[in-house]
Structure formats: structure tokens, C-alpha cells
Design a protein around this ligand. Structure first.
Ligand code: ADP
Ligand code: MG
Length: 427
């Protein structure tokens, strides 16, 4: 069999195995730990498959496509999985003796270091860039190996072997990365649609129930207030009425939160001074922070954004509250308000419990909460809804056990002073 057809059969095996696993993982919506284990096992199986059916050259050198599962492991899996794959390949390679394997093993260690260094940068790239980078990486690795084998071991390598080894590996990784990434994109789109539908349902419920409940509440509060002012009721018993009124106010507040969903946009839109708004939210949250031994640090730049002050306060307080609640045994909460080109940025970072990918993806979903009875799972939904209505965006970075950093970005508006002076000049 020629080298090209041999490598192509190898590639089909790898593709089939990885695609079946991907399909299965997407269908089940697994938790990250199970995903990691399944990925690790399927990549290990692919490595073994490649190394069991290698291509032998006339010079006695063996070639196979093991770098494809290896690179996928380093770029898409946990560090432990990529270390395991490196170890597995080295063990299988050493079965052919140290003399024949040292170059391959040393190269593998170098590739391991390069790809794991590249991973944090790679993860944040767009799909097209990921395809290009993985292709270039594979082109470099396969050229390194084949040129190294030719010059170090003086093995005759045919033009066909040279090109089929380099091109099939590079093409193979391009194809797999493309399929994996587009699958991921489709999955997240589907997830977004499901989420939007859920929000829609809550929104309708909120609109109808809130209005219906608000009216009797307001009436009851009015009568209680009247009773509270009556001279016929002893002073000691008026305490009960005060508590009842306070509780009704609390119920009214909860309904107002719900109503945020029913309203498509905030009513009174004004120019908000970001620095002042953040300072106000910090003042509200200070007692809670003190209670949880959380240290607050803030660095705020003055700038203006458009929005409704009340709703923006809800966003900030919800985010700050979540950050404090994520640090049950204390920590540092830092708040940064800054200007970048035409954007205002608010970053809220904590070093609390953090979230895994599954939790991070569910953030903003109605009723998603990990706080059992203490949580409602509505706070982040409110945040997403309000920020969206202010033409802003939210970016969440989080690592389990390390902390969470949430960045809000809003378009800047000219300050009040500036727009006044502009009018003055025009006059
Ligand atoms: P609630 O606070 O009532 O649980 P939220 O919508 O405010 O509801 O938050 C939903 C969930 O998101 C929380 O239960 C928590 O698991 C997670 N979460 C939100 N912010 C953070 C954070 N800063 N750190 C860790 N987890 C967070
Ligand atoms: Mg909350």
C-alpha cells in the first residue's frame, strides 16, 4: 500500500472515532468532568489506533498520524489529559527501543511545551483563526519530524511520503478543528434559543402576574397605613402593623424586579455618571461586605453612559452581591470603572468560589442558582436584560476555586458639560 492511501485510512479512523464521541458529548449535555474523561479516553484510543497501524518505510522508519489526537488533546483538553497523552505516546514509542525513538520523544516534549503555552491564547480566538493556527502548528510539527528523521537517521524519504505525511496531517487537523468548532457554535446557538424562550415565558408570566398582584397589595398597604394612624389601636400593637407594611414594601420590590422583564426598555433614560453610580452601589453594599469580611477596592474613572439610574443600580448591586456571596470566608472585591476608546467598562472581580463552564454558560438563565433556598436565580437574568436594553455587553471569565471577573461594556456618551458647551457654541 502506498503511504498516501495508508495515511488516508488512518485519518478516516481518527475522524470517525472523534466525530462519534463529539456527537455523543453534544447530545448528552454532559458535565465538564465527564466530558474531560470521555475526551481523554477517545484521544487515547485514537493514539493507540494510529500507533498500532503505522506506515513502515523501506528504511525501517515508522510514520503515523499520532500528532492529530495529541494536538487536539493539548488544545482542547485539560492539562492532565495532554500530559497523559504525551506520556502514552512516549511509552508506546519506547517499545521500539531508545535508539529509534529518542528524536520522536524529545520532539514530542518540545511540541507539548509549545502547544500548552499556546492554549490560553488559542482558546479565545475566532473559529477561522483557530483553524489557521492549528493548521500552521501541524505543518510545523510534521515538517520538523520528517526533516529531522531524514537528516538525523539518513533515511531515504520519497517525495510522496514527504508530502502525504505533511499535507494529510495538516489537512486532517484543519478538518477536525472545523467540524468541532462549527458543532460547538451550533450547540451554543441552540442553547441561546432555548434560553431566550425560557426568558420569554418568564417575561409573560411576570407581566400578567405582577400587575394582578400589585393592585391588591397597594390597596392593602393603604388600609394598613390608615390603621397605623388610628388612635383606637394601642401603641404596642402598631408595631405589628409597621412590620406588615415593611413586608408589603418588600413584596412590592420583588414585583418591581419581575416587571423589569415585562418592560422592553427603561423609561427615563438619562446621562449617568459612571463613577457616581458605582460609588452609590458600593455604599449600598458596604454593610454586606463587612459582614462577610470582604475587602473592597475601587478605581473609578469619571465618564458618562446612557441609561436609567434605578435599573443601572440594580445591575451593579446584583453583581456586587453575587461577588460577595461567592466569598463566604472573605476575600477581595475589586471594582474598576474605566474608559477605552469609545467604550465605558465596568469590571467586577472577586476571588471567590468561581464557576465551571457549565455554570458560566447557564448564567442569566431564569431560576438558575447554586444557592439553594438562599438564591432566586433571578439576579443575573435582571442584569442581562438591563445591560442589553442599555446597548451594553457582558463578558464573564471564571475559574472554579479561583474567582470570577465580570466586565460590562457600554457605549460612551458625551458628558453633560460637554454637550452644553457644544450647544453654547452653536448658539
Ligand atoms: P442567585 O444569586 O439568587 O443565586 P443569580 O442570578 O444572581 O441568582 O446568580 C445565579 C448563579 O450564578 C448563582 O447562584 C451562582 O452560582 C452563580 N454566580 C453568579 N455570580 C457569581 C460569582 N461572582 N461567583 C461565583 N458564582 C456566581
Ligand atoms: Mg444573586
Amino acid at each position: 500500500m502506498t503511504s498516501t492511501s495508508h495515511f488516508l485510512i488512518n485519518l478516516i479512523g481518527i475522524l470517525l472515532l472523534l466525530l462519534i464521541v463529539q456527537f455523543w458529548l453534544n447530545r448528552l449535555h454532559q458535565n465538564p468532568f465527564v466530558t474531560e474523561i470521555v475526551m481523554g479516553l477517545s484521544l487515547s484510543a485514537t493514539v493507540v489506533l494510529c500507533m498500532l497501524y503505522p506506515f513502515h518505510t523501506n528504511g525501517g522508519v515508522i510514520f503515523n498520524l499520532r500528532f492529530i489526537p495529541f494536538v487536539l488533546g493539548c488544545l482542547y483538553s485539560h492539562k492532565i489529559t495532554s500530559m497523559w497523552l504525551t506520556f502514552l505516546i512516549i511509552c508506546l514509542r519506547l517499545m521500539h527501543g531508545l535508539e529509534a525513538s529518542w528524536f520522536s520523544c524529545v520532539s514530542l516534549l518540545i511540541f507539548f511545551l509549545i502547544t500548552t503555552k499556546l492554549k490560553p491564547f488559542y482558546t479565545n480566538l475566532s473559529m477561522t483563526k483557530k483553524i489557521i493556527i492549528s493548521g500552521i502548528l501541524m505543518l510545523f510539527m510534521s515538517t520538523w519530524i520528517i526533516v529531522g528523521v531524514k537528516f538525523l537517521f539518513h533515511v531515504p524519504i520519497t517525495i510522496e511520503l514527504f508530502f502525504s505525511y505533511i499535507l494529510i496531517q495538516s489537512f486532517g487537523i484543519l478538518l477536525i478543528v472545523y467540524i468541532m468548532e462549527s458543532n460547538k457554535e451550533k450547540q451554543s446557538l441552540l442553547y441561546k434559543i432555548i434560553r431566550m424562550e425560557k426568558v420569554e415565558v418568564v417575561s409573560h408570566l411576570a407581566a400578567s402576574i405582577s400587575h394582578e398582584v400589585r393592585n391588591p397589595l397597594t390597596t392593602t398597604r393603604g388600609f394598613l397605613q390608615l390603621l397605623n394612624e388610628s388612635k383606637a389601636i394601642p401603641k404596642a400593637e402598631k408595631g405589628y402593623l409597621t412590620v406588615a407594611i415593611q413586608e408589603l414594601d418588600q413584596a412590592e420590590r420583588i414585583i418591581r424586579d419581575y416587571l423589569t422583564f415585562a418592560k422592553p426598555a427603561p423609561e427615563e433614560i438619562e446621562s449617568l455618571n459612571l463613577k457616581k453610580e458605582i460609588e452609590r452601589a458600593i455604599n449600598i453594599i458596604v454593610p454586606l461586605a463587612n459582614m462577610n469580611i470582604v475587602e473592597l477596592s475601587s478605581e473609578l474613572e469619571s465618564c458618562y453612559i446612557k441609561g436609567n439610574a434605578g435599573l443601572f443600580q440594580q445591575v451593579l448591586v446584583n453583581l456586587l452581591k453575587n461577588a460577595i456571596e461567592a466569598m463566604p470566608s472573605g476575600g477581595t472585591l475589586s471594582i474598576l470603572g474605566s474608559v477605552e476608546k469609545t467604550l465605558a467598562k465596568v469590571t467586577i472581580a472577586d476571588n471567590g468560589v468561581g464557576m465551571n463552564d457549565l455554570q458560566r454558560n447557564r448564567l442569566g438563565e431564569p431560576y438558575f442558582s447554586t444557592k439553594e433556598i438562599r438564591g432566586t436565580g433571578l439576579g443575573m437574568m435582571v442584569v442581562f436584560r438591563i445591560v442589553e436594553s442599555m446597548n451594553g455587553s457582558i463578558n464573564v471569565e471564571s475559574e472554579l476555586g479561583k474567582g470570577t471577573r465580570i466586565t460590562l461594556t457600554f457605549p460612551l456618551t458625551p458628558s453633560v458639560e460637554k454637550s452644553n458647551s457644544y450647544i453654547r457654541i452653536l448658539n
